[in-house]
Design a binder for this molecule. Structure first.
Ligand code: 1CP
Length: 365
């Protein structure tokens, strides 16, 4: 790996040496991300660490979400416990897409049953142009949490992550969760220069934050663009995709799988597949076999059981899992997951069973 990679104007980082053992590199999760043959379909779940877990709820009686996510020891405990409980093939770092905003000096809170709330939303171009530069040294607790988790995971690969710029911008501009993205779209259409500047600032943050997680031992990176499906194909192609391409281009020299996930993105998958991501995560609305036809053989697919299926009883969940495996198990570039996060009402034993069924499903050779 080159010591220093300067492939884009303004995105120039000294990546140094990535940690991550050879044991990790032979894992079926990483093999599937790379489209290499492996023994069983790999599985992990978005939000596998969270409120459905009794151990997490117990911790939350003593700490806020942000206290947990700012303590390296607690980050590692929560990250590793999900893998231990579920016997999944990958861990995802316990953190949140809002956390790197600490490095931009943005003040926010994460409210129970609501989500992120930003103290002073960025509504005017002046708010954006006045943002201070990203300081990743304010996020050492994340990178220490990565290193501690990797140590405890003993060979199970850890996925580091960040929010993608549009999804982050939606919280920064709206000030909290939104159904319409009214303010974000207004900024995008009425002040394209300021929107572009915001996306560029977030791109630089995302690249540095992800590179630091890989340096600390993360074996893959996922970018969550949860809300990008709210955009038209044309707006995505012209206003978002160029930024995504820069991010993935800058992360490519790290040599780890780059997963790109969004919700309601049926109309965008052909464009998302051109972003430079090596794995595409899909929600339940898109049939994986159809997506394979659209994106071609050289990108891995991840997904996409409807999370509500976990709450619908044993017959529905077994049928849902089996239908996906019947369609995808012979595809070497496929990772089982949900189409979005685990609902907080989920019975943990249902998730344990899903992981076991995926592993037991005979993988045609
Ligand atoms: O304990 C609590 O009250 C907090 C609940 C919670 C948790 C467990 C939030 C608030 N974030 C998290 C952790 C989290 N968030 C993880 C790590 C755990 C894991 O996946 O196992 C990850 C990867 C995220 C990513 C995240 N945060 C996304 C992208 C994925 C997605 O769900 O679409 C988004 C959009 C957020 C914002 C956020 N943080 C929390 C909530 C409830 C939300 C969504 C709010 C909304 O609907 O707009």
């Amino acid at each position: 790996m080159p010591d220093k990679d300067c492939n884009l104007d303004g995105l120039c980082y000294n990546f140094g040496d990535a940690k991550g053992g050879s044991q990790v590199n032979t894992s079926r999760f990483l093999k599937a991300c790379r489209g290499e043959p492996h023994d069983q379909v790999p599985v992990w779940f978005m939000r596998q660490a969270g409120r459905y877990q009794p151990s997490y709820r117990a911790l939350r009686t003593r700490y806020t979400m942000l206290e947990l996510a700012r303590s390296p020891r607690l980050i590692a405990d929560v990250t590793v416990e999900a893998v231990r409980m579920l016997d999944v093939d990958a861990a995802i770092l316990f953190s949140d897409i809002m956390i790197p905003l600490d490095g931009l000096g943005i003040r926010y809170d994460i409210r129970e049953n609501v989500g992120p709330i930003v103290e002073s939303p960025l509504r005017r171009p002046a708010d954006i142009h006045g943002m201070p530069p990203f300081q990743s040294d304010r996020l050492e607790f994340v990178y220490e949490g990565v290193a501690l988790s990797v140590e405890k995971l003993a060979g199970v690969p850890l996925i580091g992550f960040a929010g993608a710029p549009f999804t982050l911008a939606s919280y920064l501009v709206e000030g909290g969760p939104s159904r319409t993205y009214q303010e974000t779209k207004a900024l995008m259409w009425n002040h394209p220069g300021a929107f572009y500047a915001l996306m560029e600032r977030l791109c630089a943050m995302v690249v540095e934050h992800c590179a630091n997680q890989v340096k600390a031992g993360a074996a893959a990176i996922q970018l969550f663009d949860s809300w990008v499906g709210a955009l038209s194909q044309e707006d995505y192609r012209t206003l978002i995709l160029p930024h995504m391409r820069k991010i993935f281009e800058a992360l490519k020299p790290l040599g780890v799988p780059l997963i790109y996930f969004g919700i309601g993105t049926q109309h965008l998958i052909a464009e998302m597949a051109r972003s430079g991501a090596t794995v595409l995560g899909l929600d339940w609305r898109t049939a994986l076999s159809q997506a394979r036809g659209v994106v071609g053989p050289s990108i891995a697919l991840m997904g996409n059981l409807d999370p509500q299926c976990l709450l619908a009883g044993p017959v529905a969940v077994q049928a849902g899992v089996t239908a996906i495996l019947d369609a995808m198990a012979r595809d070497d570039a496929y990772i089982f997951n949900l189409g979005h996060g685990v609902p907080k009402e989920t019975d943990p034993t249902v998730l344990q069973k899903v992981a076991a069924w995926v592993h037991q499903y005979p993988k045609p050779g």
